[in-house]
Structure formats: C-alpha cells, structure tokens
Design a protein around this ligand. Structure first.
Ligand SMILES: C[S@@+](CC[C@H](N)C(=O)[O-])C[C@H]1O[C@@H](n2cnc3c(N)ncnc32)[C@H](O)[C@@H]1O
Length: 324
C-alpha cells in the first residue's frame, strides 16, 4: 500500500474484511512518518498506489511496485483526471499489457493491472540518470531519479542561487537539498565549509549520498535539529503534490534565526512572484533581494534579533530560555 496522505485507504481496507496484513510505504517523511527510498520487498498479493505526479515517476513507481507483486497479484492505481488519470491506463498498458479501468467517479479513476510475464525494472538503481551542468566555472555532475525536483536538468532558480552565492565558510545547511546540487557546487568550488544536507524525501537523500559523498544528511520534515549554522542555503519547496503550499517556506523563515549563528545568514531562491519579504522581515533585521529575473529572486536575510539569538553558554534561544 503506497500512500502519502492520511491512512484513508488502509482504514477502508481494514474495514473491508477478508484483507490480510496491510503494509504501508511512504515516499516522504512528512509529519515524521517512516519513509524509505524504495518500496519494501514483498511479494504482495495486492498493491494500492495513489497516482504520483509526472508520467516518468508513474512509470518508475509502477515498475518498482509491479515487480513486487506475487504471481496473480493485482496493482490498483487511483488518481484524479486533472492529475493526468485519464492517460494512466495507456501508460500502464505499455508495462503490464492488459489494464482495466475498474472505477470512474467524480473526475477520478482507478485502474487495475496484473503482474506481467515480462520483467519489470524493479530496482531503484535501474532508474537513475546522469545529469551535468557548468555554473560559475564549476563543473557539476550528479545522479538523479524521476521523482526528484528538476530530475533531468539544473533548475533555473537553483542556477541563479548558485551564481549569487559568495564564497561561504563554516557550518552550512543545504536545506531541502534534493539530489544535493547546491552542496556539491559549494564543495567543488572549494568553499571551506562543514556541510549538512536535509530533505523530507529519502530518495533525495539516497541521491545526495552518491552526489555529495561523506556528507551528513538528515531526513526531516522542515528544518532538521542541529546547528547553529553559519549559513542556511535553500531552494525551498513551494508545492505539496500539485497544490501550492507556502507552509515550509514560512516555517523556514521563522525557524532559521534560532538555528543560525548570530552573524549567520539565510540564502533563498524563490519564484519571482512569491511574497517572501514580509516573512523574512518578521524574522531578520536585514533582508535584501540580491538577484532577480522575471521568474526568480534570490534573497539574503541577516541580522538576528536579540530575542531570537542563541545563548552562547546554553545554545538555547534567549526567548525560549525566558519562557522556561
Ligand atoms: C525546489 S526543490 C530543491 C531541490 C534542490 N535543492 C535543488 O535546488 O535542485 C525542494 C525540495 O524540498 C523538499 N521538501 C519538500 N517538502 C519538504 C519539507 N516539508 N521539509 C524538507 N524538505 C522538503 C523536496 O523533497 C525537494 O527536494
């Protein structure tokens, strides 16, 4: 059972009777859920998948899952028409042969496939691709996977962030690191940093282990524990699924001062239309837009108000220390 939302499907299956043991696999560690890069081994008699975003991701996940079906087992995939569910049956039939649409209701559909005779690419490593780019004289090369952000190219916003970053020193957090491109850039440029990576997606960290070897990486929803960092750098998430979601960006802006050294800085790239100045001004004393194009803007926030600084002796933010 593959499900990144609350356990509605599991509850339904539990209530349906006649269903044996249900195992749940989460792709993302949202709200502290246990998540892994690849699905558990199986074999399973039945697998239920909520349609993921993107055709290549659909094909990758259904291949990984289809390879985990027991003989005669069935894979059910459900999604909404505005997420591309109408073309799901066509894509799956290329992998599974015969595919059946078993339900269509309220602009949604569910399709069913059985384990095909032909082998499916069931291992994560079979789905990686090599990507490369040259930025500010630094040669980058990394492995990526279809579900990852900008999986087959360097994102234009990330590129603008890299081109804007001056040489950094000290402890640096690459927050929402994806495949680890930002961290790789800083290390290959020769910045004297102690780097930490973090992301909510275990597949991102799997990629980052290849791309930025030997660097600690934390699986966390939002800012990871730790610090204080001299710099936090990020191309933060602005979407959850297909919906716009600014919660992680707001939490990053509000939480960063307590994780930074008092002379530290937060560097962000966001879409040009994203209203981020006010959130940053609520948390830092100095906020500058250091680069922009019609599509993206790079922001630097520095100056941590006294109440949000960590106490040198205890490491606890002063405001919280007073609350105790
Ligand atoms: C815009 S991408 C940036 C990836 C990478 N830094 C780059 O520039 O190519 C945003 C990343 O945020 C991660 N993410 C989404 N929600 C998150 C959360 N709540 N906490 C931490 N990371 C999150 C995603 O998995 C994704 O890798």
């Amino acid at each position: 059972m593959v499900d990144d939302r609350p356990g509605l499907v599991v509850e339904r299956l539990d209530g349906a009777g006649g269903v044996g043991e249900v195992q749940r696999w989460h792709r993302l560690a949202l709200e502290g859920r246990a998540a892994t890069a690849a699905p558990p081994d199986g074999p399973f008699d039945g697998i239920v998948l909520r349609q993921p975003r993107g055709t290549v991701t659909l094909i990758m996940l259904t291949s990984l899952l289809g390879a985990r079906l027991a003989p005669g087992g069935q894979l059910l995939v459900g999604g909404a028409n505005d997420e591309g569910a109408r073309s799901m049956a066509r894509h799956l039939s290329e992998l599974f042969g015969q595919v059946e649409v078993v339900a269509t209701r309220r602009h949604c559909r569910v399709v069913a496939a059985r384990r095909p005779r032909a082998d499916l690419r069931g291992e994560l490593e079979g789905w990686s691709l090599a990507v490369g780019a040259e930025v500010a004289g630094v040669s980058l090369s990394w492995r990526s996977w279809p579900p990852l952000f900008a999986h087959d190219r360097l994102d234009a916003g990330t590129k603008m962030l890299l081109e804007s970053l001056p040489p950094l020193e000290g402890a640096v957090l690459d927050f929402a690191c994806g495949a680890g491109v930002v961290g790789q850039f800083l290390l290959r440029r020769g910045d004297p940093i102690e780097l930490t990576l973090s992301d909510v997606d275990p597949l991102a960290l799997h990629a980052a282990h290849h791309n930025v070897p030997g660097v600690p990486a934390q699986l966390a929803d939002g800012l990871p524990p730790g610090g204080p960092w001299q710099h936090i750098v990020s191309n933060p998430p602005l979407h959850l699924g297909k919906d716009e979601h600014r919660g992680t960006l707001a939490a990053l802006a509000a939480g960063a001062p307590e994780r930074l050294r008092r002379d530290g800085s937060l560097w962000l790239v966001v879409q040009g239309s994203t209203p981020v100045r006010r959130a940053l001004q609520g948390a830092f004393t100095t906020v500058e837009r250091v680069a922009h194009s019609p599509s993206y803007a790079v922001w630097r926030a520095t100056g941590i108000p006294r109440a949000r600084r960590r106490d040198r002796a205890t490491g606890i933010p002063r405001a919280r220390r007073r609350d105790r």
